[in-house]
Design a protein around this ligand. Structure first.
Ligand SMILES: Nc1ncnc2c1ncn2[C@@H]1O[C@H](COP(=O)(O)OP(=O)(O)O)[C@@H](O)[C@H]1O
Ligand SMILES: [Mg+2]
Length: 390
């Protein structure tokens, strides 16, 4: 499954913004306040809306007045096109408004793109808690198939139909989209928290802030030894001076990570190694996850990392994306950009209070310079990226 495009209207700094032709590794560049984190937050918003309700997701973000673009009446509209596992392009469209002080779903549609024959089927089509859903999804695309639909009423006008209907396993596309959003993950490491903690515990996936790093390392060490060894191997190759890393179980069952510097006899325990070492280790743990997140966002991976490592890291992100998880990265780092293709770069540019997004590969100028051998990070630093740094 893969996201193909995202269109946002009236969501904070995005009065109208669009990302199209999304690759598996998507990188966002743009000045502070241009909306990189806001784009990630839009996915968290959908995740909250699924877990609770749209009203709750709006309330968590300061309420309707704060969330909708300043000076605009709304509605907030989010449109996501994705390729489902069967290979067909589907569109999820959500329009949110406010009526008499209440948040309502004005329209929620999940449909397939119009095929060569006939109209697109609206699998889900709801407005303010009332609507219809297809009951014979498996017939779609078959010769002479006619859609069958039933009417449903949701509990509240701010509940998503894909939440209410997800329990019907017949709605395969709905369930797939839902699980994509539910498993959306942002990684925003805070080194202090990511330094291997001392508590015992058990975690399969690295958390947003990386505070369960030791537990995940322990999990990989115990149940996915080959992954753990691959991580340690990458560490010794990537971090200068690190000759070996080992994981020493303590008597009370914890795992102490020890980083061996080639110049000294005794290893350093995690508390005393550099920020960059911990961060690299944390990324490797995140990216060697045996079960990748279907959608993973990484906030500014460059902080604390030695510039040369960013090239390798871009490779790791790409490998993860190929393994199954689509990756979104926000960055300010020319070194990171240097490792990318133009197709992988989207530029956010804020003008008169609102942000537009352009795809680096759409610029003929950039294309010509890139084909002539200039690297994207260099071009970005020079201010050549349209809409960025102006
Ligand atoms: N309702 C709104 N309307 C317009 N702009 C908004 C609204 N809410 C927040 N913003 C602006 O959105 C920006 C948020 O930027 P952010 O996503 O944190 O950027 P980045 O991660 O790229 O640094 C800020 O500049 C803030 O002023
Ligand atoms: Mg940010």
């Amino acid at each position: 499954m893969q996201l193909e495009s995202i269109e946002i209207e009236n969501y904070r700094v995005f009065r109208h913004a669009k990302l199209t032709s999304l690759p598996r590794l998507v990188t966002l560049v743009g000045a502070n306040g241009s909306g990189k984190s806001t784009l990630f937050d839009m996915f968290s918003f959908l995740k909250d809306a699924l877990a609770f309700s749209v009203g709750k997701a709006v309330a968590r973000r300061g309420g309707w007045k704060e969330l909708k673009s300043r000076g605009q009446e709304g509605p907030i509209r989010i449109e996501i096109k994705f390729r489902e596992s069967g290979g067909r392009l589907a569109t999820y469209e959500l329009t949110i408004g406010e009526a008499n002080g209440r948040i309502v779903v004005e329209r929620e549609i999940l449909k397939f793109r119009r095929g060569q024959t006939g109209k697109p089927w609206h699998f889900v089509d709801f407005s303010r808690g009332e609507g219809t859903a297809i009951t014979n999804e498996e017939q779609y695309g078959k010769k002479d198939a006619k859609e069958k639909r039933d009417k449903y009423t949701l509990d509240e006008p701010d509940v998503l139909a894909i939440k209410g209907l997800g329990q019907f396993k017949d709605f395969r596309v709905v369930a797939e989209f839902r699980s994509l959003i539910e498993n959306w993950q942002i990684s925003d490491f805070h080194i202090v928290e990511a330094r291997p903690a001392t508590e015992e515990g058990y975690s399969e996936h690295l958390s947003t802030r990386g505070d369960n790093l030791a537990q995940v390392a322990q999990y990989l060490h115990t149940y996915h030894r080959e992954r753990f060894d691959a991580i340690l191997d990458a560490m010794t190759r990537r971090v200068p001076g690190i000759a070996a890393v080992d994981a020493k179980p303590t008597e009370d069952g914890r795992l102490v990570l020890r980083f061996q510097d080639g110049s000294f006899k005794d290893p350093f325990i995690a508390r005393f190694v550099s920020d960059g070492t911990i961060k690299m280790f944390a990324y490797l743990v995140l990216l060697h996850d045996p079960r990748p997140f279907p959608l993973l966002a990484i906030e500014e991976p460059e902080n604390q990392l030695y510039p040369k490592l960013l090239m390798d890291l871009a490779e790791e992100f790409r490998a993860y994306a190929q393994r199954g998880g689509q990756v979104f990265v926000s960055t300010h780092s020319p070194d990171f950009l240097n490792a990318l293709e133009l197709e992988e770069i989207y530029c956010l540019y804020k003008k008169d209070g609102f942000t537009t997004i352009s795809h680096a590969s759409d610029s003929e100028n950039l294309r010509a310079l890139f084909d002539g051998g200039d690297l994207p990070g260099y071009l970005w630093k020079q201010g050549v990226f349209e809409g960025v740094n102006r």
